[in-house]
Design a protein around this ligand. Structure first.
Ligand SMILES: C[S@@+](CC[C@H](N)C(=O)[O-])C[C@H]1O[C@@H](n2cnc3c(N)ncnc32)[C@H](O)[C@@H]1O
Length: 463
């Protein structure tokens, strides 16, 4: 609203200034109303609701957020951070979002664990029409080249890809560009799409290359012939080096406790905090903190974090990892970590502002080979006892509503997924479940092929 008002005030001032300029230059105002309007066009001065909306819509931009592993999870992360209404279309490996212009797309991408590229949409057209992609690409390169020094390099990718069409676009645009810009070079190798990892490692954006992607709308996993084609210009690529550094190079990393990818930790944090900007006013609490992946990612995002764990050796690991992170990323205010049983916490153990609990809770025993159904059942009963104890206690000690986003394990038996059968009932008893999907179990799954133990993601409110 503030934005609208200041806009209207500016518009009023502009018209007043023009009015006095005309009257002082040309003597007394003798224009008819219509003639005056012609001189000082009355743009959006009427303060109607429709006008406000038009103005706001004018300021919106379309972006394509290309997702990584686990599109459903990334969708939830995008809906949480940008609002569900921002998602206006789906494309292969991603979503089209209409939202306010991103002031710093790289910083925005750094915050999102489930997105590998952000592209600004610069052209679009209905897939039902014959569209001239060669012309789209040529125009886009010509426009972008204004900011480029040296020989122009550009890349084009297509989703879904047609090698024949992509080859034609690359050869055709190079020919056309020769007339307007002289020699240019496309960076695609053997007329293949450019992956985000390739683009990152080749420092394409830092070196001034122009990276363009064509995406077709998708419906139910298939190209939507009635949808659109979009041409996007890459404005940010995921920093693969930083993720791999903080995942593989930290001092205490144990394969035995399961690998919890930092990207997944970010997705969980985002699903919990949603549109709230990460800041030191936001505390992320992990009472199953293990070696501290959630704590580390929350801290890197700019939040406070605090954790505890039953295992003293893992608390030592978390301390070592957090000290390392502090030095590597020049952070301040090291998170507090302590040895504590999550089922026996008291009100004093909760952080001062316990708004968000985010955790990859226990995965149960690490399975080196597939177990028979009865042994899996025993493990599941133990896990459910832990969840019952944890949530029952949490409900007792939490006074203000606490958003909890956590993972619980499930098992594979052949091709079957064996979820913890009583977990929904336990959650129903002590919490209010916020559905993350329209599945019968309103959770999301995060799994990799051939994994014996996978993660189910839940969002609940306690208190
Ligand atoms: C998969 S790890 C947690 C990973 C961690 N959330 C992270 O971000 O890296 C599971 C942890 O749960 C801990 N744990 C199991 N039972 C617990 C309990 N009753 N209270 C506290 N921690 C517990 C284990 O010691 C283990 O460190």
């Amino acid at each position: 609203m503030g934005l609208n008002c200041s806009y209207f005030n500016r518009e009023k001032a502009r018209r007043k200034a023009l009015y006095s300029e005309i009257t002082s230059k040309e003597g007394r105002l003798w224009y008819s109303r219509a003639a005056f309007r012609k001189k000082v066009p009355k743009t959006r001065v009427k303060r109607s609701k429709k006008t406000c909306r038009n103005f706001m819509e004018k300021d919106l931009k379309k972006y394509i957020f290309q997702t990584g592993h686990g599109k459903g999870l990334s969708k939830m992360e995008l809906e949480a951070t940008s609002g569900a209404e921002a998602l206006v279309d789906e494309v292969e490996d991603g979503f089209v979002l209409e939202q306010a212009a991103l002031p710093d797309p790289i910083a925005h991408l750094d915050r999102l664990g489930g997105v590998v590229r952000i592209l600004e949409v610069i052209q679009s057209g209905p897939a039902t029409m014959p569209l001239n992609f060669e012309e789209w690409v040529t125009k886009a390169v010509e426009t972008e080249v204004k900011n480029t020094e040296g020989k122009v390099r550009y890349g084009v990718s297509m989703h879904p890809k047609s090698e024949k069409v992509l080859t034609k676009i690359l050869i055709g645009s190079k020919k056309r560009l020769k007339e307007s810009l002289g020699n240019t070079r496309f960076v695609n190798k053997n007329f293949q799409n450019l992956s985000s990892v390739q683009a990152w490692h080749e420092h394409l954006l830092d070196d001034g290359a122009i990276e363009l992607h064509l995406f077709q709308s998708q419906k139910n996993g298939k190209a939507d012939e009635k949808g659109k084609w979009y041409l996007g210009k890459t404005v940010a690529i995921q920093n693969f080096e930083s993720y791999s550094h903080r995942d593989y190079n930290r001092p205490a990393r144990s394969a035995k406790n399961g690998m919890f990818p930092p990207k997944l930790a970010q997705v969980l944090i985002n699903i919990a905090i949603g549109a709230i900007s990460p800041s030191t006013d936001v505390t992320i609490w992990d009472p199953f903190c293990g070696s501290g992946t959630v704590l580390q990612e929350a801290w890197l995002m700019g939040c406070r974090s605090q954790g505890s764990d039953l295992a003293p050796n893992l608390i030592d690991d978390a301390k070592a990892n957090l000290e390392w992170l502090k030095y590597e990323y020049q952070l301040r205010d090291t998170p507090q970590v302590e040895v504590k049983d999550a089922t026996e916490l008291t009100a004093y153990d909760i952080p001062k502002d316990p708004r968000f609990l985010v955790s990859e809770t226990t995965l149960g025993p690490a399975l080196l080979h597939a177990l028979p159904a009865d042994e899996l059942k025993e493990i599941q009963v133990e896990l459910e006892t832990l969840y019952e104890g944890f949530f029952q206690n949490l409900k007792k000690i939490v006074k203000e509503p606490l958003t909890v986003v956590f993972t619980a394990p499930y098992h594979r038996l052949g091709n079957e997924r064996l979820f913890l059968p009583h977990l929904p009932k336990i959650l129903g008893k002590y919490t209010e479940v916020v559905p993350l999907s329209d599945h019968q179990r309103p959770s999301l799954f995060f799994e990799r092929k051939d994994q014996l133990v996978s993660r189910e993601i839940w969002k609940v409110i306690v208190g």
